[in-house]
Design a protein around this ligand. Structure first.
Ligand SMILES: *Cc1c(COP(=O)(O)O)cnc(C)c1O
Length: 217
């Protein structure tokens, strides 16, 4: 199945980059996929998934969690502040922390619950007006702001501009992470995950290359 092919390509990219086997986690991005395709990947033993919409994830995953122990679901889509509570309840990680108002909401949830998903700060490396994420020049300050709220940060995330060489964006993200002492790098999708691994990705987010084209609603 396509999953095995992607897993093998990740292992080859790790080797080519001289990185330890298993240093890259594969997030299978299951948004807008028919349930039978997701279930096939669950049956194959994969346990880490990515979702973009709180509502869709909330409808799909609780039943699968009962049947497939050890699941982790990561939020990789834009997160509205008013959904912070639901997100903290639903996800093991949130990759799209990108503004102080959301950080405040998350900090309040963390205080109330005493636990926190892994958090990644999204950086808009291409400074695209339509795209979420803090601007690269504002990243250091925002990271400090989050730390000031006692939010534990796992790393950084980016989505490079469409149709551009992704490598400089992956590199820029890694530099911001290094100078801020962050080890997690969520970068690389179906079309460029091998480049991302060469540039240090710890989490690649691969959807269509595993599941096929998404069903547009
Ligand atoms: C949908 C999505 C992906 C997966 O994209 P593919 O090209 O299907 O691999 C990865 N990251 C984010 C943030 C996404 O929204």
């Amino acid at each position: 199945m396509a999953l095995e092919d992607i897993v093998a390509r990740i292992a080859a990219a790790e080797r080519a980059a001289g990185r330890p086997e298993g240093s890259v986690q594969l997030i299978a991005v299951s948004k807008l996929q028919p349930p039978e395709r997701v279930e096939a990947v669950l049956q194959a033993g994969h346990r880490l998934f990515g979702e973009n919409y709180v509502q869709e994830a909330g409808a799909k995953w609780p039943a699968w969690r009962d049947r497939f122990p050890g699941l982790a679901v990561h939020m990789i889509g834009p997160l509205q502040s008013n959904k912070a509570k639901q997100a903290v309840e639903l996800f093991e990680a949130i990759h799209t922390l990108d503004r102080p108002s959301l950080a405040e909401k998350l900090a309040r949830q963390v205080q109330a619950r005493g636990g926190c998903p892994e958090l990644f700060v999204q950086v808009n490396t291409g400074a695209e007006p339509q795209k979420a994420g803090v601007l690269p020049e504002a990243a250091d300050d925002f990271i400090a702001t989050c730390r000031g709220m006692d939010l534990p940060l796992a790393g950084l995330m980016c989505i490079p501009p469409d149709g551009e060489d992704a490598r400089p964006h992956f590199r820029a993200l890694r530099e911001i992470a290094e100078r801020n002492g962050l080890s997690g790098l969520s970068m690389g999708m179906s079309s460029d995950f091998e480049v991302a691994i060469a540039e240090g990705a710890t989490h690649v987010r691969v959807g269509s290359a595993i599941f096929g084209a998404r069903v547009v609603r």
